[in-house]
Design a protein around this ligand. Sequence first.
Ligand code: FAD
Length: 303
Amino acid sequence: MANLTKDLFIGLSNNKFLNENAKRWGFRLGANKFVAGTNIDSVIETIRELNGNGIRCTLDNLGEFVADKAESTQAKEEVLRILDVIHSENLDCHLSVKLTQLGLDIDHAFCVANMREILRKAKGYDLFVNIDMEDYSHYPQTLDVLYTLLGEYDNVGTVVQSYLFRTEEDLEDLKKVRLRLVKGAYKESEDVAWQKKEEIDRSFILLAKKRLLGEAFTSIATHDHNIINELKRFIEENKISRDMFEFQMLYGFRTEMQFDLAKEGFNFCTYIPFGNDWFGYFMRRLAERPQNLNLVMKDVFYT
Ligand code: FAD
């Protein structure tokens, strides 16, 4: 049953018709629980409040699977403006971007050129840009783009997913690169990815420990208290410097725990999605945790 629900929401997240139309609906179905606002200006106060509580942020201007060059160019222009706002408002923030929003499905060189422009501007402001990892069909291209950019910029990193068999091996090539570690949000085939929660969790813990003993910064991105507690013990036992990692969670999830981890003195970063292209992101959150539906049902029936 849980798998069926997951498949249903993942299916909906990829539905082009619904994704396109949802842009015109405004926030519906309770999406405002997990999406912080419609544009950068509408999330500045949220960021300030989090920063005031010792929490840094990473901003995601929602959008993915763009097939039109003009739309990708517009997305890039918005990202450039977001960088200006982060800088001028002195926010403790970095950026998260999706390459399929910036032209990965259109033309590799066009996507790289967009990223170069973003990284150049971010570098001028001393800001970091993280490339979100999308589904497996985009995985090799995403790493290709990353490796090209790493030859020119040091303010870029990406995400690795513990459900993929190949991640452990890929970490060898990525050992000097700043990374976010996640479990993985897409539906992948059993040829390339673990399917059972226990296997994905075991892999997450193994990869997190490897990274924590390594030489580059890692964002440990999970809402799973069991994993966080195990890693906290590991960090303590191995005297790992708190400067070498942070915990990350998504906006709207386990907010109390987010504040508690920051109060305990851990570096903490909240991932803040915003924008009109919310449908796919929102459906993936429902796929991960059907209980999230309880949170939003009230909005469906009472607004
Ligand atoms: P789950 O496996 O969903 O939950 C484990 C356990 O934690 C649950 O059984 C429950 O006991 C507890 N729990 C979880 N959530 C809650 C809650 N809200 N309230 C109470 N208890 C809860 N995926 C990608 O593929 N690419 C990305 O680039 C990417 N970026 C991400 C960035 C961030 C900051 C985060 C947090 C996630 C990102 N993800 C990304 C999504 C990720 O891959 C997972 O799909 C998602 O985080 C769900 O897995 P989980 O580790 O949080 O724990």
